[in-house]
Design a protein around this ligand. Sequence first.
Ligand code: NAD
Length: 484
Amino acid sequence: MTDSIQSSNDEVHNPSLSIAHSVAEMQAQFEHLHALSRSQPINDWATREIQLDHLEIMLSDNQDIFANAISADFGYRSESETQFAELFPSFTGISHAKKHGKKWMKAQRAPISALYMPAHNEILPQPLGVVGIMVPWNYPLFLAIGPMIDALTAGNRVMIKMSEAAPRFAQMFADAIAHYFSPDMVCVVVGEVDMAVAFSELPFDHLLYTGSTAVGKKIMAAAAPNLTPVTLELGGKSPVIVLNEANLESVVNRVMMGKTLNAGQTCIAPDYVLLQRQHHKEFIHLAKEWMAKHYPNIENNPDYSRIINGEQFTRVQGYLSGIQKADIHALTDVEVDIETRLMPPMIVTEPADDSEVMQNELFAPILPLVHYDTIDDAVQFVNSRPRPLALYVFGERYNDIEKVRNDTVSGGLCINEVIMHAAQHDLPFGGVGDSGTGAYHGKAGFERLSHMKPVFVQTKINGMNLLLPPYGGLFKKAMALFLK
Ligand code: NAD
């Protein structure tokens, strides 16, 4: 790799503490940040705002270099996708935090019962201390930056473990952090899974992990002995329910956008579609037309990304080996190419419930179409499986949409759209059950990574002394009033 970090920042930091390559270095980083978090808590807005400025400048200076490194890790990742799905939400997330953070960090008055007046209640957001962030490979930039925005706005110091599956970007990002941030504020850990395991065992004040559900269970177990609270941003199968009256052309347009983005390697990509059987043929026809229009000449199309590595490629091909050829519908004329890890999108019609395609998160441009009879059946289909990270419903009739909205539980929901709920800095983002624990982004992320400390403020004149022992008549009368 010939690219190196571009810096418009005068202050260049010593990377020896900023980047850890061994468990011993990682522990030294943690002890350093932990000691500072106890001796110098970041209670002012100015210091937090400066960190957000550093983040913004770092991104602004290095966006092309970052996009190139990510592309090299993927074997090819569309630069436009990196701009749209990684840089854009990072920049807008930073702006949102800079706009609102000062207000979020102020102590807020809370209601108080008349019984305790004239005392008052308030809630004071405080930095937790040191927040650990674990990053997956699929959007390695935004899934590092997004949690960093919330952690830094909340006044925390941060340690980040980058994904070993995107090593070029991991090193590039670590170098950039070492340039733009003091190791008193942010440190990065690079390395293989053994480093990730050791990272998850550090006694952080909070650990925010993004990755698979299977590893998420290990993270929770590793955090438990330290009583480290966790936010787990996990995966799973995010269904699309297409109601009968939905306009199929607009459904296909949105679903195919979600399925082709990053070649399906998106945690909230539509995983499978519940659609009545009489519409399957039309859906496939429209999907082929959509591909011809939006990704012509897919093998050389600069907008289409590759599967990240051979392991992921083999995993997905393995799922398909259990499916009858007649049920696999290629949406382009181009063959899968293991050499370049090109996987053009395909539809699988009515796979068996126990097939791997229906048992596992696909994380690839494969779209199963599953038949349902009634809306109740579709809702029951979703509810009988692990809680999804996202659910998408398309339709026109308010009552039917409302039924799906109210009777299903998912991390997030989009109506007549896919994916866009994740771009809303004013909405919390997270899973539920198997798809995750806790939510972040915007104010929700600020509060998640703060200690929202309840404060009761007593006044000089108050009634508390009337209730001291020895408990006399007044006490008995008061209790008689309240104990029914
Ligand atoms: P992964 O779980 O394999 O890896 C994620 C991180 O966990 C990496 O940093 C890795 O170093 C670390 N890790 C791996 N094994 C570990 C272990 N035994 N102990 C401790 N740490 C370990 O996930 P992935 O393959 O990088 O990402 C794909 C998954 O992430 C998909 O399931 C996807 O849905 C999910 N995801 C979720 C979101 C979300 O916001 N909910 C976003 C992106 C991806």
